[in-house]
Design a protein around this ligand. Structure first.
Ligand SMILES: [Zn+2]
Length: 208
């Protein structure tokens, strides 16, 4: 089918599924089976990652199946679909820094004035090493705690639990709001920004 359309001159994008289990022959596992749907967001994200990174999917029996897909489907009627979509998107966004053609979301491009403010504050308060990281910071995801005063975001992958050894906080004193950095092994991993509606509004647009 794809070849027919390609030969006819159409731009074709094949589709793969983040939230469906595959059979060893590459077809989708029938919905009559209990394990046809992937409901766990982390598992769906791992499947999406393996399709993007390695071009393979692990079938229900553990075998590897080649997939050549340019678009990714998540079914709106899968239970927990919004969480699955968020987790898959976050995982791929994090990877995007490594993939050609997919641009990482740079702090300096998404929130240029805040990036300048952060760099300035860090320099002023004697954190030259951290200030030097600002130009390369990527926004992996925003905090999704739901508080309407929160404009925090992650610059490295969100940990499963708490930040472990080598974690420290650096509190800065902006003109408005609150600003605390989480540092792990001397790298800025999370930027806690509170009571800054200007930043929150822009983040909500970039990361719905
Ligand atoms: Zn939050």
């Amino acid at each position: 089918m794809l070849d027919v359309f390609r030969k006819a001159g159409f731009a074709v994008a094949a589709e793969a599924f983040a939230d469906r289990r595959y059979e060893p022959d590459g077809t989708l596992r029938s919905r009559k089976f209990e394990d046809a749907l992937i409901r766990d967001p982390e598992k769906a994200a791992r499947q999406a990652l393996s399709m993007v990174e390695r071009g393979v999917v692990i079938a229900f029996d553990g075998s590897e199946v080649l997939v050549d897909a340019q678009t990714l489907c998540i079914h709106g009627d899968t239970p927990g679909a919004p969480t699955i979509a968020e987790t898959v998107a976050g995982t791929l966004r994090e990877l995007s820094g490594l993939l050609e053609g997919l641009k990482p979301m740079l702090l300096t491009e998404t929130l240029p004035s805040f990036a300048a403010e952060l760099e300035e504050l860090l320099k002023k308060e004697g954190h030259a090493g951290l200030a030097a990281q600002v130009s390369g910071l990527k926004i992996i995801d925003r905090c999704r705690c739901g508080d309407d005063f929160c404009a925090s975001f992650y610059t490295e992958r969100k940990p499963q639990g708490a930040y472990g050894a080598g974690h420290r906080c650096v509190e800065l004193e902006p003109e408005t709001g609150m600003l605390i950095l989480d540092i792990v092994a001397d790298k800025i991993v999370h930027v806690e920004v509170l009571y800054r509606h200007d930043i929150r509004e822009k983040l909500l647009v970039s990361l719905p």
